[in-house]
Write a protein that binds this ligand. Structure first.
Ligand code: PGA
Length: 253
């Protein structure tokens, strides 16, 4: 964590937790909150049907409500989809775009990520743009090329998107128990920041928070978050247990 960028820890619950389970989590997590560092931003991204209930429970807390995705259009005949105005209405202030599970399962590409980011910005929601290489790409020495391509989703924006957060999530580290080493993650974060610098200049690029994601646990968080280049985490598995998630917030402080 570097001075000037405030740490952020984001729970990505994926397709886990019903509204009732989310409420139980919130009750327990919020009871631990007074013992956690105030300076660390915290956000939780539940599944869409859980946003309303969780949002109500998080009102007047400092914990932000986040969404796991958003549609490219504001409204229309798109069965099963959820738009940015709907998210805004529910009090969502941050939304993931480009998570590798969606890149893999939905074959979404940079052009559609750019449109999603546009819709979020129109609605005052900060985009959390996820990038990261597969194991095959890293082993093949193609990490630079892959990140450069993924970051082209930002080419549509002449100026730095308001509230932009980037998450570096190596695909081989997600849900595998095999996190990147702190040094490897920090190196890749520097690379991502230089891609931001090319677009927005070094001062603005230095203000963007870059989170690490992929098998973050209370055991490895202190070392990962201790890196100057790592501004917090995007956390799946370990965010499902209130005490573990609280430990991660503490580690980021
Ligand atoms: P994980 O997931 O922490 O379970 O590896 C991270 C993510 O996919 O955001």
């Amino acid at each position: 964590m570097r001075a000037g960028r405030s740490p952020l820890v984001v729970a990505n619950w994926k397709m886990n937790k019903t509204a009732r389970e989310a409420a139980a989590f919130a009750e327990e997590f919020l009871s631990l909150r007074p013992s956690l560092p105030d300076a660390v931003g915290v956000a939780i991204a539940p599944a869409f049907p859980v946003l309303e209930r969780l949002g109500r429970l998080l009102t007047h807390t400092q914990v932000l409500l986040a969404a796991q995705d958003v549609h490219t259009e504001s409204k229309g005949a798109f069965t099963g989809e959820v738009s940015a105005p709907m998210l805004r209405d529910l009090g969502v202030s941050l939304a993931l775009v480009g998570h590798s599970e969606r890149r893999r399962d939905r074959k979404e590409d940079e052009a559609s990520f750019a449109r999603k980011i546009e819709r979020l910005l129109e609605n005052g929601i900060a985009p959390l743009y996820c990038v990261g290489e597969t194991l095959e790409e890293r082993d093949g020495g193609r990490t630079d090329e892959v990140l450069a391509r993924q970051m082209t989703a930002l080419d549509a924006f002449g100026s730095l998107p308001a509230g932009l957060v980037v998450a570096y999530e190596p695909v081989w580290a997600i849900g595998t128990g095999r996190a990147a080493s702190s040094a490897m993650a920090a190196d890749t974060h520097r690379q991502i920041r230089s891609l931001l610098s090319k677009r927005y200049g070094s001062d603005l690029a230095a203000s963007v928070r870059i989170l690490y994601g992929g098998s973050v646990t209370p055991a490895n968080a202190v070392s990962l978050f201790g890196e100057e280049e790592i501004d917090g985490g995007l956390v799946g598995g370990a965010s499902l247990v209130p005490a573990d998630f609280a430990a991660l917030v503490k580690a980021a402080g």
